[in-house]
Write a new protein. Structure first.
Length: 321
């Protein structure tokens, strides 16, 4: 099988989702990564560490200056020319936009939000979580053309190969028509963060409505600092304006898979748990002994989060000293 991966670049660096996708792709067949952006060719070394043998690279600032359309134009042209068996795209904000445009251009059909992918008898089958991940649906894409699959972030672990060598770079130059330069990026705003990013943190400390008010989120951030953890939040907290959207974990937020996930004052609504139940260990603290979050927890504490958080923070400070 000829498997292609759209290896997305974000802020001049390869997005983590690209490494997740190529890890899965190499188990399905021969992997080619498509890399677009001014730093495209510089990604050969890193992609090679994850088993990619070849990349098609177009180094051009146009991909950083305009939204989605230039990337979709290049991918569409390449797919039409080379007809790979499968193209994997990460379900990021940009990835979803690119995939939608490709689907229209190629008229190929698309599987979205896939959590697992495999070939059975030459047919592609994907597992797609539905209804807030309460059920898993097997989806088969019946098409003789290139199959498009949008893969949810964190669906696969990014794993290096032993003795990986830099991927072979094939420079490409697909012309970008003016009609693909309609939505220009005028500003990129990067929110400052004192600790690890939410997606990459090995420990995540999240808070919900049980923290009662925005000011109490500072207690959570202090605990996160002591644990070298990232702070997260539920949708209700974000909608209330307590913290920015970048903190949101859940179906309409970020998917995280840390080693340890602390859920303080979080009831356990499906909207939230779908984004964090893949954590290795879940520790839940809630005053309501019947809160749904305890069904997911490896350790559950029935108690007041606003008393437990500062007590735990102080204990960690003592142990550090």
């Amino acid at each position: 099988m000829n498997i292609w991966v759209f290896a997305e670049i974000s802020g001049g660096k390869l997005d983590r989702t690209a490494l997740e996708l190529v890890t899965k792709a190499r188990a399905l067949g021969e992997v080619t990564a498509i890399v677009l952006g001014s730093s495209a060719e510089a990604q050969a070394g890193l992609l090679g560490e994850y088993g990619v043998k070849k990349i098609l690279a177009q180094s051009d600032k146009v991909f950083e200056e305009y939204l989605a359309e230039p990337a979709a134009e290049v991918l569409g042209t390449l797919v039409e020319q080379h007809k790979p068996d499968l193209l994997l795209i990460a379900a990021t904000y940009d990835g979803r936009d690119v995939a939608a445009r490709l689907n229209v251009r190629l008229n190929s059909g698309i599987i979205t939000d896939a959590a697992e992918i495999q070939f059975e008898g030459g047919k592609l089958k994907a597992v797609v979580p539905a209804f807030g991940a309460t059920i898993l649906v097997d989806v088969t894409l019946e098409t003789n053309t290139t199959k498009l699959v949008l893969v949810r972030p964190k669906a696969f672990a990014a794993e290096k190969v032993a003795g990986g060598t830099p991927a072979q770079v094939e420079k490409i130059s697909v012309a970008i028509p003016e009609r693909a330069k309609r939505a220009r990026i005028v500003e990129n705003v990067v929110q400052a963060s004192d600790g690890p990013s939410l997606e990459e943190a090995s420990i995540v400390v999240s808070g919900g409505r049980g923290l009662k008010e925005a000011a109490n989120f500072e207690l959570l951030k202090q605990l996160a600092t002591q644990l070298n953890a990232a702070a997260g939040a539920t949708r209700a907290v974000v909608d209330a304006g307590w913290v920015p959207y970048s903190f949101q974990v859940g179906q309409t937020g970020k998917t995280v898979k840390p080693n340890v996930y602390f859920a303080f004052g979080i009831s356990g609504a499906i909207q939230h748990t779908v984004g964090m139940k893949g954590a290795k260990y879940i520790i839940a603290i809630n005053k309501d002994a019947d809160a749904p979050i305890f069904k997911f927890a490896d350790l559950g504490i029935v108690g007041d989060a606003l008393k437990i958080i500062p007590a735990l923070t102080e204990e960690l400070k003592k142990r550090k000293h």
